[in-house]
Each structure stands twice: as C-alpha cells, then as structure tokens.
Write a protein that binds this ligand. Structure first.
Ligand code: ADP
Ligand code: MG
Length: 568
C-alpha cells in the first residue's frame, strides 16, 4: 500500500511549528528512520560514513511510486495529513512534510524506491529545494533506500559548531536505541564505514528488547505490564482506545545511580516529560536504596486527540490533555507491577542471583557443567493470572532469621525483620497516629533543634525542669515499647515525617534472632504479601530470595534418566 503525497495547504502550514529539524547526523538518522517506520518497515539498515557526512537508510516498507518520488522532497509535502483537523488525528511519526525538503537544502539527496507490489524500482536524484534532477529505473527489492551525502557541505559553519564525530556517533546510537525501544518488533542493522557496528533483533516486547541495549539487565530482572486504559470520564473525544506498556527493573535487582533509564514514550516516540518522569519516580518511592533510581520504560498509546505534537519542531516534547488522568494510570500500573503475583514469580525463575547461587553450589558439589540457563522454557499462560496472589505457606524458621515459605512453584527465604519492617512502614504511612501517653516519657539534655524536630513530626513536648523535657504523645506503635525513650531520641535526630516513619518501622519490626511460631510466620507472610512494595524494605534492601522449582530441578539434575545417569 502506498499513499499519495500532496503539498499541505497554507492554513495547515501556519499551524505547524516552524523550525529546522536537521541539525546533526543523529537528526538525519531520526528523520529517515521515522519515515521508514511510518512506511510500515520491519527491517531497517542504517549505514553511516561520518567522515563523508553520509547516511543511508534502507527499509522494507511500502515504498513510493514515481509520482510520489517526484513530490516527496518539495516543501511541506506529505502523505500523512491533509487538513487542519488532521493535526488532532496524528497516528504517524511524521506529518510536517519538511524533512526530505530540508535535506535537499543542506545535503545531496538520492532516493531509490519500489512500491510493495510494484515491479519496478526508481532512482531519483534531487537538486536544491527538492526538484528532481535525474530519474532512472533501478533494480531494488520492495522498500526504500534514502542516501544523504555531504551533509552541511554548503554551510561549513554548521559542521564546525557540532561536537566531534565520535560524539555525534554516540548520539546516533542513542537515537536508534530510543526509537528501537518504541518499536521492538523491528530488526535493525547499523553499519559504520562499511563494517557492521551493532544490530538489534526484533522482539515481542520492550522487556525482551531492553537487555540487548542495556547489557547489565536480564529479562528476568524486569517486570512487564500491558494495560488497556479507559478514556477519561469527562471526555467526549474517543478516536481510539488507549493503552499502556510498562517495563520496570525489579527494585531488588536493578537500579541506577542516575535517572537515565526513566523513559517515557508516547505513541511511538520517546518524549521529554518531567511531569510523567516525576510520576514514575514517585511510584518507586521508598523501594530503592538511597540516591538510586529505577529502570522504568513507559510507553503510552493514547488516542491522538489528547496530544499536541506541535510543541517543538523535533516533537521531543508534547502538550498532553488530561495530564493528571494519565499520571494516575501510570501510578496504578507501577503499583501493580511492583506487587508480587504468580506472573512475577515465574518470570523470576532465572535471576542472576539464583544462577550464581546454583553455580556456586554446583562447583562445590564437584559438578561444573557450565550450561547456560534456559530462559523461556517455563513460561506458560501466566499472562492471564496477573492479580492472583501467591499461596505462600510458612514451613519453618532458620537461624531465627529466615522464614522458609513454600508455594506450588518453589521455596522462598524471607528475612523476617525486613519483611515486617515493610509491613509496618506501609501501615504507618496509611495510618500515622500520635497518641497521648501517661506518664510522659522524660528526656534529658535535648538541643533546641531536637525539640523542634519532635514538634515538627507532631509530638507533644514541653520543658519539665532544668535540661528535662516531657514527651506527652508518641507514635502509636512505639507506645508499648520498653525502648520508647530511645526511639523518640532517634526520631529527634532529624529527617522528615517519612524518615521518621521508616525509623519507627525499623525499630518496631520483629528483630532477627526472635523465635517465631508457624502461625506468627504465616501471619507475617500474609501481611507482607499484601503490601504495595513487597520486594524491598523502605531502605531498598531485598526482602526475599526465591528458589523456584525449575531451578531446583535443574540443580538436582532431575531431567536425568536414571538408567543413563547410573551408566546402565
Ligand atoms: P513527513 O514524514 O513529515 O511526511 P518527509 O519529508 O519526511 O515528511 O517525507 C515526505 C513524504 O515522503 C512522506 O510523507 C512519505 O509519503 C514519503 N516517504 C519518505 N520516506 C519514505 C520511506 N522510507 N518509505 C515510503 N515513503 C516515504
Ligand atoms: Mg518524515
């Protein structure tokens, strides 16, 4: 299928933000690749010769007819929209009809194309401002090959103003990664100076693609979620249903020292949106160690009438209608992804940690088979059982520290103190109560800063004599504790209310070393499983280690046929 290219009417051109989009090698790659994706390509080959300022993008998209090729590089010519109303129905990446035209003013442009189903290919060489200079028939597979050479050859000042070629190539790679993550089903091959530079295999989801780009991350460290989103209630606009794809790095397994992998894409393009990024970061509040940031990729598929892509010519920022509605949906989705359910357990089978543990055990045991761990074999139809919680049954306590819990798919070790800390912390956040106590707790030698800190978090405190203070109300959880005075002192050392809640939860949680009955352990497991963020404690430490049946079966070589393993 090809569509026809027309010049946009003047009234539409006026509504489109004017501005040059071609300012670097990376922007050339972006514009050409986006055209390939708009043409339905599933295979894209990008070749770069940076020293020659040359870029070629070849795709297997639906191609162009000779008629379209003649108009493709003239000013404001596009096949993607035709009227002002279409600006609110944008489903393609391009719509400005400017990229190819700009390229003819900044570089040499040549396009080879053969429409899908057409039996001839055509090569067109364009002159300045997009008029065609030369046309001939050529042999080419269905699709399009666009070559841009001698970029900025006629304005050397622009070349000089750009960063080094090495830095520009980094930007090219980042651009391709960003686009690839928004279109995981595409296969990419990228060449530099006639040698393969990198490639990406097509994937069924962002989570499957991400490990090819971010090598430290394994698919099993990620949790993926795809949700349909209903339309905002008060909205009359409904062109299309909306959906959300989310991939998070499980907080007990991966996090970063910068928020560089908090990314937001909308309808096929990564955008900068500090509001949505902030929503993501808040979704991970108190699940990660201090000063660490989550890995989280969010792709919103929103009905196009909510989006104005005209915020800047490169479309890297947008105006989003009903922003707070989408923010709520994101928070809900992140909360769902962070919970433990049967899906995440099966996905967790081949964690690096378990892999390492097993490897260590195998080495000690004299086995060293050095087999790579299969990654997909135990995936079943779990996608359907998203919200079912896991049947965790307490079976024993080890070292008065770990609860051994079994479930149909394996065995978990849960650290009792931090699991309880997570439970208490969430209870405290939901229900922070300061209650009066009689007699008061008496404290000595407090500094004015400590007194005002206790007042700030809501305690009732007054002087009680020389260097003495009476605390007449305390957080409900601390009331019965023998070490209540010490706990209050700890709270007086600073931090905001949340920090105080973390401190109280930590102090009140069952200590390691405490013997627990089976019933107590079961209650703790049940309460812990119901928490919003069961994977990590409020300081970001992991709470459980899972040994899934499939990993255990592998370790114990249960697949061995007895006769064979006995050498019979
Ligand atoms: P826009 O993408 O905004 O429409 P461009 O200048 O990038 O503007 O491209 C102009 C037109 O050329 C597109 O609307 C499309 O019809 C056609 N085109 C460009 N690249 C390709 C391609 N790789 N495959 C098929 N058609 C293409
Ligand atoms: Mg385009």
């Amino acid at each position: 299928m090809t569509s026809t290219i027309y010049a946009l009417p003047a009234e539409v051109v006026h509504l489109i933000t004017a501005g040059e989009v071609i300012d670097s090698l990376a922007s050339v790659v972006r514009e050409l690749v986006e055209n390939s994706l708009d043409a339905g390509a599933t295979r894209i080959v990008v070749s770069l010769w940076p020293q020659q300022w040359r870029v070629r993008v070849a795709d297997n998209g639906y191609g162009m007819t000779l008629e379209d090729l003649q108009k493709a590089a003239t000013a404001h010519s596009t096949s993607k929209i035709s009227s002002c109303a279409d600006l609110w129905k944008i489903t393609s990446l391009g719509f400005r009809g400017e990229a190819l035209h700009s390229l003819t003013t900044l570089a040499d442009l040549e396009i080879l194309s053969r429409p899908l189903g057409g039996d001839v290919g055509v090569r067109v060489v364009y002159g300045y401002a997009g008029e065609r200079l030369y046309v001939e028939a050529c042999a080419i597979a269905p699709g399009t090959v666009v070559t841009v050479s001698n970029l900025f050859g006629n304005c050397s000042g622009r070349r000089e103003a750009l960063p080094t070629l090495a830095q520009q190539m980094k930007a090219v790679q980042a651009t391709i990664y960003q686009i690839a993550l928004c279109h995981p089903h595409v296969t990419w091959q990228v060449w530099q100076n006639d040698r393969e530079w990198f490639s990406l295999c097509s994937a069924t989801s962002i989570g499957q693609l991400l490990p090819q780009i971010l090598h430290q991350v394994k698919e099993a460290d990620l949790q993926e979620l795809k949700l349909e989103i209903p339309h905002p209630e008060n909205s009359e606009l409904r062109i299309q249903n909306s959906a959300l794809h989310l991939v998070i790095g499980l907080p007990d397994r991966c996090h970063r020292h910068r928020p560089d992998w908090v990314r937001v894409a909308v309808n096929g393009r990564m955008v900068k949106s500090s509001e949505l990024e902030q929503t993501i970061l808040s979704g991970f509040y108190r699940t990660l160690p201090r000063d660490r940031f989550p890995v989280c990729l969010l792709h919103l598929f929103i009905s196009p009438e909510y989006i104005n892509w005209n915020r800047n010519p490169a479309k890297s920022e947008i105006y989003l209608n009903q922003l707070s509605y989408w923010q709520e949906q994101i928070s809900t989705a992140i909360a769902q992804a962070l919970r433990i359910n049967s899906t995440s357990v099966k996905d967790a089978v081949h964690t690096t940690r378990v892999g390492k543990l097993l490897k260590a055990a195998e080495e000690k045991g004299g086995y060293n088979l050095n087999r790579s761990l299969p990654s997909e074999e135990h995936k079943t139809d779990e996608q359907t059982s998203h919200t079912t919680s896991l049947q965790l049954k307490a079976v024993a306590q080890v070292n008065n520290t770990y609860i051994v819990a079994e479930h149909p798919g394996g065995v978990w070790l849960v650290e009792q103190h931090i699991a309880h800390e997570r439970v208490l912390y969430e209870q405290l956040c939901d229900n922070w109560k300061i209650i009066p106590i009689e007699p008061p707790v008496i404290l000595y030698q407090l500094s004015p800063a400590q007194v005002s800190q206790l007042q700030r978090i809501g305690l009732d405190i007054e002087t009680f004599g020389e260097q003495l203070w009476a605390v007449r109300s305390v957080p409900a959880l601390l009331q019965q504790r023998d070490d209540c005075a010490d706990a209050i002192l700890e709270l007086s050392w600073g931090g905001d209310l949340q920090a105080a809640q973390v401190a109280v939860a930590c102090r009140s949680a069952i200590r390691n070393g405490t013997t627990l009955s089976l019933q107590q352990m079961q209650t703790l497991l049940d309460e812990w499983q119901r928490t919003r963020n069961p994977r990590t404690c409020p300081h970001g430490r992991p709470i459980y280690l899972s040994l899934e049946e499939s990993a255990l079966a592998r370790f114990f070589k249960r697949h061995w046929v007895i006769g064979k393993s006995h050498g019979i």
